[in-house]
Design a protein around this ligand. Sequence first.
Ligand code: NAP
Ligand code: ZN
Length: 361
Amino acid sequence: MAKTPETEHPNKAFGWAARDKTGLLSPFHFSRRDNGENDVTVKILYCGVCHSDLHTIKNDWGFSYYPVVPGHEIVGIATKVGKNVTKFREGDRVGVGVITGSCQSCESCDQDLENYCPQMSFTYNSIGADGTKTYGGYSESIVVDQRFVLLFPEGLPSDSGAPLLCAGITVYSPMKYYGMTEPGKHLGVAGLGGLGHVAVKIGKAFGLKVTVISSSPSKEDEAINRLGADSFLVSSDSQKMKAAVATMDYIIDTVSAVHALFPLLGLLKVNGKLVTLGLPEKPLELPIFPLVLGRKMVGGSDIGGMKETQEMLDFCAKHNITADIELIKMDEINTAMERLAKSDVRYRFVIDVANSLSPPP
Ligand code: NAP
Ligand code: ZN
């Protein structure tokens, strides 16, 4: 008889799953593998709600494989460690991010870029090294190979620190790789959501001048007074957009929907760089003239490797960078997803998993 999610592994587990592209999440029984020699079992305390979770439950990208238990911004306690595990002990506070597997022997893995390994597996909606489907952090526990587990620094709170495991590394890594960290340079952050608001804080920690480029005028006051941005541009305000032409050195584009790159490229100075991080369901149009005439560059970036993710967590602990969060209970997730779809979150939902996820009947 074919194995069900509930019987394929020896240990019973539960969480919340989407069953089809309505994206509606509801209680779900499944199972987790035994803790292997290289594994860490994590009791989940908190899990952030990334827009990628929303894209996946709605099958925006066309490769959702239901049931989907989302969640890849996980903070918890190590409750079991395998005999080869050297980096963690039982009782440690740990993090798990977007990836939980890779081949560990290719060129990318050798360079600590597991995120670009052709055999990389995601924390959910993916096939793990043992050939079974992965289920994410909207669940009570997870078993992960030690290479993909992070030590959560002492100074970082578990709830508001959780979003750094995806949002944090996703903006930190391209800033480092593309050389967008020179103090005094001007960074534009397009889209003020989960990724965007962390980009503002990390940009300020690098000593940059930061301007938010947003479609939501209501976010201006908070962007400046709470998040520390230097200025705020409403993308539909053509006069102010015009006045800001050719003033920025770098742009981090976190917009989750299809949008025009032309106005953003216009904001860049000659030699400016724009990094697209958002993953809209359809391609964006790439205007060539502003690129060619201004020797500008457009690049992309996917989260970050494990070594750099640890570096980012330590950097954020040192600079007191956390996410601004709205803490929710597990059964509030469907309302939270509806609000996330409308860019109505200040600025990341985090699920209080340990205190609100109870076993389904
Ligand atoms: P989010 O919290 O929903 O933020 C996205 C922001 O984009 C919104 O707050 C909104 O900001 C802006 N926006 C949304 N729809 C828009 C529209 N139609 N026109 C203009 N602006 C719009 O999402 P997130 O969690 O930060 O993720 C952002 C994107 O990055 C998603 O597509 C996600 O899948 C992707 N992502 C990529 C990676 C990677 O490794 N590259 C990692 C994580 C997530 P304003 O209200 O300020 O306009
Ligand atoms: Zn994410």
